[in-house]
Design a protein around this ligand. Structure first.
Ligand SMILES: *Cc1c(COP(=O)(O)O)cnc(C)c1O
Length: 362
């Protein structure tokens, strides 16, 4: 019997593997598997969400005008150059579908964020992965992979799951040497956590060119992963395309209100960034002292390198017996590593204590 069949490339896509949140038989879980903000939901965003309960029979404002205005004020950007999405993933998909497609090529780096591969393949494009150096995207390797079929280059800066970043100068060099018709998408999901001074989230490159997009999210530092809100800052022609193709009510009423309130939460970003910088260092130091190699990270997570896949799997299993869930990243070509989110102080010490004990036993 014949059944409906998708385009053949669809069945080559491996479904996205999300960070897990449960361990059978363990009640108290420490979830350090999805890079969610350590401080949870901003109180103002919680209140805004609850206050809307009796209004959700109404459709949201499809243009998310108030949310875009709030983003414009917060980040000193023209709100007409912002499009919101149901998470930034939504916008990454729309960009692939609109600019990629059969016969085209999309470039990402070897250990880049997996959504680029999924969304690029979904569009019908061939996704090309370029080698990295020291788990950092290599501008020269990306440039060498460009062909007449290239339509998009995706780069997460900082990257998940490696935590590595490219400086503003390297990113500028990438843009200047890409053909003008290639869209450069800078995914700055972790921008607020970066402490290195030579960083730019992408605003200056978007402003200086008409072929560069920056995407951002409320899922990390703003503590709203469950609400699904992301946004893109882009040149007018790209904004026009996104507004033609996106789902008309892609950001829910509750998400828009929560997002506006999160942006207004006093001191939230500064406190979160300061906590992260302090505890990212403490986590890194403690793991190093335990004899684990830790890659330098500018995000709210670190990549712990156990040097063999067997040891990484054993460490993961050991942490689970203690109710601690981190992220295995074999799907990213990093089977010897585990990605660990920087949580609250207590959580950081719990995971470090556990890995200390694991390394002492091993
Ligand atoms: C978490 C993350 C996102 C955000 O995805 P949302 O859809 O906005 O939740 C985007 N890019 C990278 C690299 C991420 O790690």
């Amino acid at each position: 019997m014949s059944i409906p069949r998708p385009r053949p490339e669809i069945l080559t896509i491996s479904p996205y593997v999300a960070g897990e949140s449960k361990v059978a038989g363990v009640n108290r879980i420490v979830k350090l598997s999805s890079n969610e903000g350590a401080f949870g939901v901003p109180p103002g965003a919680q209140a805004a969400y609850v206050a809307l309960a009796n209004e959700v029979h109404r459709y949201p404002d499809g243009s998310a005008a108030e949310l875009r205005a709030a983003l414009g004020r917060t980040f000193s950007l023209d709100s007409a150059r912002i499009v919101c999405g149901a998470g930034s993933d939504d916008l990454l998909y729309q960009l692939c579908l609109a600019y990629g497609g059969p016969g085209t090529e999309i470039i990402m780096s070897a250990h880049g964020f997996s959504i680029y591969q999924i969304a690029g393949t979904y569009s019908g494009a061939t996704v090309i992965k370029t080698p990295e150096r020291e788990l950092t995207a290599d501008v020269d390797a990306i440039l060498a992979a460009v062909s007449p079929a290239t339509r998009i280059v995706f780069i997460a800066n900082p990257n998940n799951p490696t935590g590595s970043m490219l400086s503003e100068a390297e990113m500028r060099r990438l843009r200047e040497n890409l053909p003008p018709e290639v869209l450069l998408v800078i995914d700055a999901a972790y921008a607020e956590y970066v402490t290195r001074p030579d960083y730019d989230a992408g605003v200056s490159l978007v402003d200086a060119n008409d072929n560069t997009v920056m995407t951002r999210t409320f899922s990390k530092i703003f503590g709203l992963g469950g609400m699904r809100i992301g946004w893109a800052y882009a040149p007018p022609a790209v904004i026009d395309v996104l507004n033609r193709v996106r789902s008309p009510f892609n950001v829910s009423l509750a998400a828009q209100a929560a997002g506006i309130a999160a942006l207004a939460e006093p001191g939230w970003v500064d406190a979160s960034r300061a906590h992260n910088a302090e505890y990212r260092l403490i986590l890194t130091d403690r793991l190093c002292q335990a004899g684990i190699l830790v890659w330098p990270s500018e995000g709210n997570f670190v990549l712990a390198d156990f040097e063999t896949p067997e040891r990484a799997a054993a460490a993961d299993a050991y942490l689970r017996t203690r109710g601690i869930i981190v992220r295995a990243v074999g799907g990213y070509g990093l089977p010897a590593c585990l990605r660990i989110t920087v949580g609250l102080a207590e959580e950081v010490h719990l995971v470090a204590d556990a890995l200390d004990a694991f390394m002492a036993d091993a």
